[in-house]
Design a protein around this ligand. Structure first.
Ligand code: URA
Length: 434
């Protein structure tokens, strides 16, 4: 077999066989197929696409390029949740303890943030002493004992995807749906869960800007998951504005804790509950949505989900006291209000810009090795469709350096689009793909 022939075959729009895709992924990962040939193949895929079988074959070949985690020592149906990434997306911090309190084991690998979206591991490190690097046996033990563990993704999960994604990133070949779907699903399948629930975000702060593309991506990922033998479902959710009010690591943790106490923002709760319903059904713990919703409300009302978060933080070496007293989180030194320049209604809040403002404060990573300030961030006071009066507070900026606070305020100010006409609130749950 020669890579040259496979490139020409794809250029002519023909489907590659399982063996050909296996040869290509193995050869590329092992360094026998050079970057320039793989780049040509990726560009041919962008123009010619891949059918469902090719997409599944690529996913499985990338999954099998590294370790596939064996979670069989954990009892129960393990359900994983994955978000395609958004601003203010602290969903896992509330959802995982709710699921664990309901007896759904959560064995989750998460990433650190890069660019305008944050990562779950960074947020969790707001708890002093929290450790995300767990040995495999500790990870399994914690899930069996407490019901949940969240660990930093190890580098040997789907190494072929890591290498291929880096190449796609510099050759203009990231934004092809079957390539994105196989990239995400190769890592998810390597994490070893029995079922996967996907949160596919759409809007200006998301990877998928249009609802149509988000649906296509969700359908492709659900099809891969099912064909790989995993119960898979997806929810399409809005990212045309940040989720909830808090953006920034410890501010987001505080909002998740408030949600576990029953006081969270409405849009955030809706996303948590929509995903939770699918997770409970996938785990065989709820007969229908009404039953699932009632169970989730029960563990919030009786405090068991909040206690689960505390037990999980403690088991990973963190100080759990802030779970019951969020005032104990270290705070930023400065605070500045962003005021509405005119009266009207909030037509849009550009989520990507709010994420960039958080980065400008030092709360996000520019490169994968940047240090981040967990105390800084933005608390929105007004959201989509809210009425505002001139001079009213749109958002509050929390920072530690005057210059950065001023720069972030300007970015946040320009992220708000205020119009004179009242508008209908955008729903946060856009669609379900089952
Ligand atoms: N995220 C991924 O993990 N892979 C892609 O291809 C795009 C986004």
């Amino acid at each position: 077999m020669r890579m040259y022939d496979l490139i020409v075959k794809k250029k002519h729009g023909e489907a590659l066989t399982t063996e050909e895709i296996g040869y290509m992924v193995k050869g590329f990962t092992e360094g026998e197929i050079p970057d320039y040939q793989m780049a040509a193949m990726m560009m041919a895929v962008c123009f010619r696409g891949m059918n469902e079988t090719e997409t599944l074959d690529l996913t499985l070949a990338m999954r099998d390029s590294g370790e596939v985690i064996d979670l069989s020592a954990i009892t129960g149906v393990k359900v994983d949740k994955h978000s395609t990434g958004g601003v203010g997306d602290k969903t896992s911090l509330a959802l995982a303890p709710i699921m664990a309190a309901l007896g759904v084991p959560v064995a989750k690998m998460s990433g650190r943030g890069l660019g305008h979206t944050g990562g779950t591991i960074d947020k969790l490190e707001a708890f002093p002493g929290f450790r995300a690097e767990l040995a495999k046996d500790v990870f399994v033990h914690n899930v069996n004992e407490i019901g949940m563990a969240i660990a930093a993704q190890t580098t040997d999960l789907a190494p072929a995807d890591k290498k291929l994604y880096a190449l796609r990133d510099v050759t203009g070949t990231v934004d092809e749906i079957s390539l994105i779907a196989s990239s995400i699903m190769s890592k998810k399948l390597a994490c070893g869960a029995d079922a996967i629930v996907l949160d596919v975000k759409t809007g200006n702060g998301a990877f998928m800007k249009s609802v149509e593309d988000a649906k296509k991506l969700a359908r492709t990922m659900v099809s891969i998951g099912r064909r790989a033998g995993k119960h898979t479902a997806a929810v399409i959710t809005d990212m045309d504005q940040p989720l909830g009010y808090a953006v920034g690591n410890s501010l987001e943790v505080m909002e998740a804790i408030e949600t576990l106490k029953g006081n969270g923002p409405k849009d955030f709760k809706e996303v948590v509950f929509a995903l939770g319903m699918r997770m409970l059904k996938a785990a065989g713990k709820a007969a229908n949505d009404t039953d699932a919703l009632a169970q989730m409300e029960r563990v919030i009302a009786d405090g068991s989900a909040q206690k689960k978060l505390a037990a999980f933080v403690a088991a990973q070496g963190g100080d759990f006291a802030p779970v019951f007293n969020p005032g104990l989180f270290p705070k930023a030194a400065m605070k500045r209000e962003v005021l509405a320049p005119q009266s009207g209604y909030v037509h849009r809040i550009l989520a990507e810009q709010i994420g960039s403002a958080c980065m400008a404060l030092g709360g996000g990573r520019v490169t994968k090795d940047s240090a981040i300030d967990l105390t800084v961030g933005i608390l929105l006071q007004k959201k989509n469709a809210d009425e505002v009066k001139q001079g009213e507070t749109l958002a509050v900026i929390y920072g530690n350096e005057e210059e950065k606070v001023v720069a972030a305020s300007e970015i946040v100010q320009s992220a708000y689009e205020i119009g004179v006409q009242p508008i209908k609130r955008r729903p946060v749950i856009i669609d379900y793909i089952n």
